[in-house]
Design a binder for this molecule. Structure first.
Ligand code: KG4
Ligand code: ZN
Length: 337
């Protein structure tokens, strides 16, 4: 079955055609990063307006790149949430309209679950139960998964998401949005051990995360206590890379150590990672380095780490097989329960 996926939860307008939940025939992503760069983060109203402008051409491009006609599409899968409400509505209403016009079913897909499905797309034998680790601009979650659609939450962030922490530290260092890739590149030139930062601990909750303390720690080193946003930096230009390196090591080691400890505590037989931060090469190195139990590790293809519609179409295929079509009354949701 060919599934047309639509993703508009944040600042990417994306459409993909995926065969049988596995093979992406096209994966079109129209990023708005340039538009939001001056604001150092996503500006919701601008995101919504841009989605409206480009959604139809993006869908047309996905069909044409896959070399298929609309008559060959059997199902539409669309991000239902979490995300920005206005942005989600544009994708969801487009999916409903096409479902009616083409007389085919549609299904709503959870964006966070889809990030993890991205790592499973090309894999036929993932050992379950698995530990799911979602590390994106909006989420930092540890889940115990018994299959791709069934899970219980065992840890999450108490404040900032990990990608958000990367973006905020990047902004403090004067690096462009999105900050994760910029920090990763700059950290390569850093000298280890020049700055000492502390990872966040949450009392009584060993598998929860907290990144706001780390971010403030970095802020004090860069700008000093209580300094205004536009205050000059206290550090030398060449020390920026040292800060980037120490921040990245502290944040990523925290994620790696808590994930591996959770996998062991919850008897997980593999670890599946998804979300934009899963693109970070140093994260993969740290996992290899600390993976003493030789847990099988699954990461998405780099093209499927950040927001995309192939992961939505892929998971949508399985949701439809298990639970059938969604109703035309389906509402978007902005946050996970
Ligand atoms: O999954 P995603 O596209 O968006 C959400 O669903 O939130 O993730 C975007 C986040 C941004 O915060 C970005 O800075 C971060 O992923 N990111 C990275 C890297 N590439 C993207 N963070 C660290 N290292 C990277 N290489
Ligand atoms: Zn995402």
């Amino acid at each position: 079955m060919l599934v047309l996926g639509i993703e508009t939860s944040c600042d990417e307008t994306a459409c993909a055609i995926v065969k049988d939940g596995k093979e992406a025939l096209s994966n079109v992503i129209e990023s708005q990063a340039e538009l939001h760069r001056p604001f150092g983060g996503v500006f919701p109203e601008i995101a919504c307006r841009k989605h409206v402008d480009v959604i139809i051409p993006v869908i047309q491009e996905a069909l044409s790149k896959a070399g298929v006609s609309k008559e060959q599409i059997g199902l539409i899968a669309v991000t239902q949430g979490p995300g920005l409400i206005g942005a989600l509505l544009i994708g969801l209403n487009s999916a409903k309209a096409l479902s009616l016009a083409w007389d085919i079913p549609f299904v709503g897909v959870n964006h966070v679950e889809a990030h993890l499905y991205a790592a499973m797309m090309r894999e036929s034998a993932i050992p379950f139960p698995a530990l799911g680790l979602v590390i994106s601009g909006g989420h930092t979650l540890l889940l115990k998964m018994s299959d791709p659609c069934t899970y219980e939450r065992i840890g999450s962030t108490q404040d900032d998401a990990i990608g958000e922490a990367f973006d905020k530290v990047a902004s403090l260092l004067g690096l462009p949005y999105p900050g994760g890739p910029a920090i990763e590149q700059l950290a390569k030139k850093g000298r280890p051990g020049r700055f000492q930062f502390q990872s966040g601990k949450v009392k009584g909750r060993p598998f929860d995360f907290s990144f706001s303390g780390l971010k403030t720690n970095v802020r004090y080193v860069i700008k000093g206590m209580n300094a205004a946003k536009d205050a000059p930096l206290l550090i030398q230009e060449e020390e920026k890379a040292d800060v980037a390196l120490s921040f990245q090591e502290t944040a990523l080691k925290d994620i790696v150590c808590k994930s591996l400890a959770a996998a062991s505590a919850f008897d997980c037989r593999s670890l599946i990672c998804g979300g934009g931060v899963a693109n970070n090469q140093r994260l993969k190195e740290l996992f290899e380095l600390h993976n003493n139990a030789d847990l099988p590790l699954f990461f998405p293809h780099p093209a499927l780490t950040t927001d995309n519609a192939a992961m939505i179409a892929g998971l949508g295929f399985h949701i439809f097989a298990k639970m059938g079509r969604s109703s035309l009354c389906l509402e978007p949701f902005t946050a996970l329960n």
